[in-house]
Design a protein around this ligand. Sequence first.
Ligand code: AMP
Ligand code: GLY
Length: 423
Amino acid sequence: MNILLIGSGGREHALAWKLAQSPSCTMLYAAPGNPGIAEEADCISLDVSDHSAVVDFCKAEAIGLVVIGPEAPLVDGLADSLSNADIPAFGPSAKAAQLEGSKGFTKDLCARANIPTGGYVRTTSLYDANKALTRFSAPYVLKADGLAAGKGVVIAATLEEAEAALSDMFGGQFGEAGAEVVIEEFLGGEEASFFAITDGTHVLPFGTAQDHKQVGEGDVGPNTGGMGAYSPAPVLTQGLQARVIEEIIQPTVDTMRAEGMPYSGVLYAGLMLTATGPQLIEYNCRFGDPECQVLMTRFEGDLAAVMLACAKGELASVEAGFAQETALTVVMCARGYPGTPEKGGRVDLGTSQEGGAKVFHAGTKLADGALVANGGRVLNVTASGANVTEAKAAAYEAVAKVDFVSGFYRSDIGWKEVAREAG
Ligand code: AMP
Ligand code: GLY
C-alpha cells in the first residue's frame, strides 16, 4: 500500500521511520516532510489546508492510507474530507478532534461521562471569568479554550496574576482560541501520559511516557512543546493503567460513539496522578512530540497495518507490541527557544548514530547542502537502555557527538525516574 504522511516535525520523522519499516508499506510520501524524513520518504509540497488538492494527490498516487501527524489539520477536518473520498485516514474527524480543539468540550464530556478531572467553569467574558475566579483558590489554572500551539495555559500563583492573565486572554493574546477561557481546579501530583489507539469502539493501549515541559533543568522556566521524554513511564503501573483505561479512556470512547462522533486515531491522555488516582488534565488528538519518538523506538510490528486497521474500524484484529527496554529522547533546541529561536545554526550529526542511537529531525533544513536549524526544537536524540538511567546515559553519549554550536538542551531528562531507580 502507498502511504501519505502529513507533517514536518520530529514526531513525523519517527512515524516515517516506522512506516517505512512496515511490511505493508510500498511507497511512502510525506508532505511537507523535512531532511530526516527525506531519508525515509518522498517529500512533496502540498497545501494541506487545500483538502481537494490532498484528495487529488491521493487518487493520482493510489494512496491507501493517509497518516495525519499534527492536530491542526485534524481540527480542520482533513480526515473528514479524506473519508468522504473513500481514502482511509489515520486520525479523528473534526468533531472528534474537539477533544483537543476545545478544552471546554472535553471538560463537558468528562462531566457527562463521570470521568475524573478537576472542577471547572467555562467563561466567555472577562466579567464572568473574574466573577468565577472567586470559586477557586490559588494556584489558578486558566486555559484558552482553542488551539494555542501549547501556549494557552496559565498557572497563576495569586489572584492578581490570574486577573491580569484573564485580561490578556480576553484582550486577544491567543486570538480566537482565547474567546472562551476555561478556569479549572489545580491538581497536584506527578504528570504522565497514556496513549491508546481506538477505532471508535475497540481500545488498543499504545504505551506510556513522561515529558519535560519546562525549558530549564529541574523543571523551571517557561513551558515548551517538550524538552525530552522517556517511555515507558514506571509511575504508570499496570494497576494505574488499568484504571486509566476503565475510568478515563473507555468512557470517553463509548460516550463519543454514543453521541454520534466516534473517535478514531490515537488518543493521548495527559494525566495527573493525584492522591486519589489518575485524573485527566487534557486530551490530544495526535501523538505527543517528543513522546512519539520514544514510543516508535519501542514499537515492534507493522505500524502501517495497525493504522490502517484503525482507520477501517477493524482494530480488534491487530495487536501492538513494545520492547521491554526504556527509550529516552533529548530535545536539542536552537538558542532563544521557547522565545524566538535562532535560525540557520549549523548542525552536524557526526558519529552520533553509530552506537545504536537514532537522531530524529524536528526543525532542520538543508541550506546549500548543509544541515541547519530551522525551528525551536531542532533534533531529538533518542536511545534505549534497560531502564531510564541506562537509556539516559546512552542518549547523552550520542548528544555529545552532535555538533550544534548554537543549540542547547537539558542535561537532566529523566531525572525523577533516575532518582527513583537509584533508590
Ligand atoms: P496543557 O496544555 O493542558 O497540557 O497544560 C500545560 C501544563 O499545565 C500541563 O502539562 C500541566 O503541567 C499544567 N496543568 C494544566 N492543567 C492543570 C491542572 N488542572 N492542575 C495542575 N496543573 C495543570
Ligand atoms: N509533548 C507534549 C505534546 O506533544 O503535546
